[in-house]
Design a protein around this ligand. Structure first.
Ligand code: PLP
Length: 448
């Protein structure tokens, strides 16, 4: 199929029409919506296995979307599935009481992640972040949270600001203002946020010097993965750690994506920087819907002694902790991260080589099994760089070309490509063959 023809997804089209009558936008979450780039409608999934996904129209793709991150072990990992079925069959699902598997899973998470001495499970990354932010305020009795433009921390009122603001609303580069990500936020929440550009040491030092004694917590993705992929500049996270300690603010690493992916112990292990609190989700449970918040014992114990109320009917349900436990065992096996790193590097280096061969201006960024190809002729180090320099039109064209050649990833350059433990060298070979053809098509359509 070429881009001029109508997409060959007639069955998906019919399913979309039906879905749109009862599901707003025809989908269950904004990232799957037509306006997120899945035009004219998203392909509907028939099934997925390992590194491959098949749509209802019969196309099979090598899958780098991976459910937007959770499928770190590939689709339908047999061991995780078996562990969940066994636990549910033998025990049940939800008790409103503790059960042994919960502590087993918690021990394994504490063992894996350097900054996690105690942990509580939750059901989504948004919930885990909501808990972390409130805990930071509870622990410090301070009002403000510092968050960064271009990061996404879920949809809770307290943080769903300035993730992708229009620059005309977002204030000057050196003094960004909070911009709500949508209508309906509780009044005054914006006043509880301090917004800064990420990767800017001087800006961070300025904010902390001016408002450090009122800042309860600093929340950051340790690598920006909600505006494509942007790596931290050398020394930035180290300085953030120092400033948080110096000013008595709680440093929260939102490792919802990086956790268990950049290393078994997440970005904090890979970068050697230990936060006070960590949020985790995608990657913790082999694709089952589980999240967690963990951190220093002194902070987490507030959830236990009544100073902070952390609740949730479905927290630590049997399916969740059985999946976490099995996933932790798999990730602890020798060679897991060598495999993920090697294939991730092959993919990104291969994309870069294809772009260079065809004279297409670009930058690739990534670590281990996650990254992105930027179509840009200027370096991308912050959200505002991405707005000003990234060529979203070119990315959309490249995406279509790759989809047409059986390679699946998100149509927006603001998302990422993910590699799983189930991907193989043969998958990467096929992907890079497709990339060479797709990049030739990109180069042919216009000035580069
Ligand atoms: C860094 C980060 N934090 C939090 C969230 C929210 O997680 P969830 O979608 O599970 O609520 C996401 C989701 O993409 C994320 O990428």
């Amino acid at each position: 199929m070429t881009t001029q023809e109508a997409p060959a997804y007639p069955i998906s089209g019919r399913m979309f029409e039906r879905a749109a009558r009862v599901l707003p936008g025809g989908v269950g979450s904004s990232a799957r919506a037509v306006r997120a780039g899945w035009a004219p409608y998203p392909p509907f999934v028939a099934s997925a296995q390992g590194s491959h996904l098949t749509d209802v129209d019969g196309h099979t793709y090598i899958d780098y979307l991976l459910g937007l991150g959770p499928m770190l072990l590939g689709h339908r990992n047999a061991e995780v599935t078996a562990a969940v079925i066994k636990a549910v069959t033998e025990r049940g699902t939800v008790f409103g009481l503790p059960h042994e598997l919960e502590a087993v899973a918690a021990e394994k998470v504490c063992d894996a992640v350097p900054g996690v001495e105690m942990v509580r499970f939750a059901n989504s990354g948004s919930e885990a972040v909501g808990t972390a932010v409130r805990l930071a305020r509870a622990a410090t009795s301070r009002p403000l949270i510092l968050r960064f433009e271009g990061h996404y921390h879920g949809w809770m009122d307290t943080v769903y600001w300035s993730n992708h603001p229009k620059l005309e609303l977002a204030g000057p580069d050196d003094a960004p203002v909070p911009v709500a990500a949508g209508a309906g936020m509780a009044p005054g929440v914006g006043d509880s946020l301090v917004i800064s550009q990420w990767n800017d040491v001087a800006a961070l030092e300025r904010v902390m010097a001016e408002q450090g004694n009122r800042i309860a917590g600093i929340i950051t993705e340790p690598m920006m993965l909600n505006t494509g992929c942007i790596k931290p500049v050398p020394g930035y996270l180290e300085r953030m750690r120092e400033l948080a300690t110096q000013h008595g603010a709680v440093l929260i690493f939102d490792e919802v994506i990086t956790g268990f992916r950049l290393a078994r112990g997440g970005a904090q292990q890979r970068f050697g920087i230990t936060p006070d609190l960590t949020t985790m989700a995608k990657g913790i449970a082999g694709g089952f819907p589980v999240a967690a918040i963990g951190g220093k014992r002194a902070l987490m114990e507030m959830c236990g002694d009544g100073r902070y109320s952390h609740s949730g009917t479905y927290n630590s349900n049997v399916m969740a902790v059985a999946a976490v436990s099995a996933t932790m065992d798999i990730l602890a096996r020798p060679g897991t991260y060598e495999h993920l790193d090697r294939l991730g590097a092959r993919l990104l280096e291969g994309f870069s080589a294809a772009a260079a061969r065809h004279g297409v201006a670009h930058e690739v960024q990534g670590i281990g099994p996650v990254g992105q190809l930027w179509f840009t002729d200027a370096p991308i180090r912050s959200y505002r760089d991405a707005v000003r320099h990234a060529r979203h039109d070119r990315f959309a064209f490249w995406w279509r070309q790759m989809m047409d050649r059986g390679v699946m990833f998100h149509p927006s350059q603001d998302e990422n490509l993910f590699v799983s433990t189930a991907h193989t060298d043969a998958d990467i070979d096929r992907t890079l063959d497709a990339a060479d053809e797709a990049m030739a098509a990109v180069a042919a359509v216009g000035p580069v």
